[in-house]
Design a protein around this ligand. Structure first.
Ligand code: 13P
Ligand code: SF4
Length: 350
């Protein structure tokens, strides 16, 4: 992959990408969705890329699926569908377009490919990984099965297709507790996120949950002390944490939910001040639609999600490079685990 400067130079040979106040003004309705967080000069830089991507997307018959952690210019400017991991997996099953561009991390693109084996699934940067996905292999799943014979393996979607293929069923942060509760066995193996597992264990006390020792590098950095200190000086702030945070952090928060659960909470409660204990783009993406909410406090960047830029999205559509491939025998098994999750989620309405 070319670096960002080389990419801009190469793309400028094919598209008019000079900063353009005219294009910026002509697309003011898109800018209106991110005005609070993107300055007018930055918008004039982004607008030509957004126009070029949206035009090329039509020519390529492509659809862009974007995770809630994408930057506002991607989230509001070029995405056709946005959502949390579960919503993106469900949307991937409905895609009619020939090409899917996954603006998110590699495991998300793999999930889309597994669910759409005949379609081209592009990821704008192959290096957009995930510390959780990197923490476990199919051998790790085999080890857990050997240690807890007969226990079902519930695997977080933040994993490779090989790991999903070795598991019984997948889960996401929005359905993990319900999926675990629905297992027949008293003991349930959860991989690879130890904190998600520990948080679920408290919601589902009737099960004995055992876990793999993985963690998200973004959410493990928050501490309960940070949250409590913040609350001391800002007592009216609603503190909302993702369940990939350690349990004491979730305890110190007012609410915990998936990225879409967090958005729904803020839209419903409309707190005067909200602290989102998660990735930084979450607050940026909803800031303009919730002008009465002041987003305060620290957030952490996901270095993997931030590898996806407008330049790389345009480059992937231009070159059609970055196609994700999954071996057919692995994809067939992984599809069973993902589809079981989607079906059970529908059945349980979670
Ligand atoms: P969600 O399923 O809540 O969107 O989480 C995905 C993720 O990677 C969070 O770190
Ligand atoms: Fe993975 Fe954490 Fe980044 Fe989500 S935020 S993609 S779990 S490293």
């Amino acid at each position: 992959m070319l670096d960002q400067t080389a990419l801009r130079t190469e793309l400028a040979n094919h598209y008019d990408l000079a900063p353009s106040p005219e294009l910026a003004a002509a697309h003011a309705e898109i800018y209106g969705k991110m005005e609070r967080v993107i300055s007018p000069p930055d918008w004039a830089i982004f607008a030509p890329y957004i126009v070029a991507i949206n035009k090329l997307k039509k020519q390529r018959k492509a659809v862009i699926l974007a995770h809630n952690y994408m930057t506002p210019e991607i989230f509001h400017g070029v995405a056709d569908v946005v959502g949390d991991s579960l919503q993106l997996a469900i949307e991937a099953t409905k895609v009619k377009a020939d090409v899917i561009v996954q603006c998110g991390v590699h495991f998300m693109a793999e999930t889309s490919k597994v669910l759409n084996p005949s379609k081209t699934v592009l990821i704008p940067d192959m290096e957009a990984g995930c510390s959780l996905a990197e923490s476990i292999t199919a051998e790790g799943i085999a080890q857990m099965r050997a240690q807890y014979p007969g226990a079902p393996v519930v695997t977080y979607v933040n994993t490779t297709a090989e790991v999903k293929a070795a598991s019984d069923i997948c889960c996401t942060s929005s359905n993990a507790a319900q999926i675990v509760a629905a297992q027949e066995s008293d003991t349930v193996i959860m991989t690879p996120d130890k904190y998600l597992a520990q948080n679920v264990a408290r919601q589902v006390p009737q099960k004995r949950i055992v876990w793999w020792d993985g963690a998200c590098i973004v959410h493990e950095r928050f501490t309960a002390q940070d949250l409590n200190d913040f609350r001391t000086y800002n007592p009216d702030t609603h503190i909302i944490a993702h369940p990939e945070c350690p349990p004491d952090v979730v305890d110190a928060a007012d609410f915990s939910g998936s990225t879409s659960g967090i958005i729904a909470y803020v839209e419903r409660e409309r707190p005067a001040k909200a602290m989102l204990v998660t990735e930084c783009s979450m607050a940026s993406n909803i800031s303009d639609s919730l002008p009465d909410v002041d987003f305060v406090g620290p957030c952490n960047m996901c270095p993997y999600m931030k590898k996806i830029t407008l330049e790389k999205v345009l480059w992937s559509l231009h070159t059609m490079q970055g196609a994700v491939e999954v071996d057919a025998s692995v994809a067939d098994k992984a599809r069973v685990a993902v589809q079981r999750m989607i079906d059970l989620s529908r059945q349980l309405a979670c």
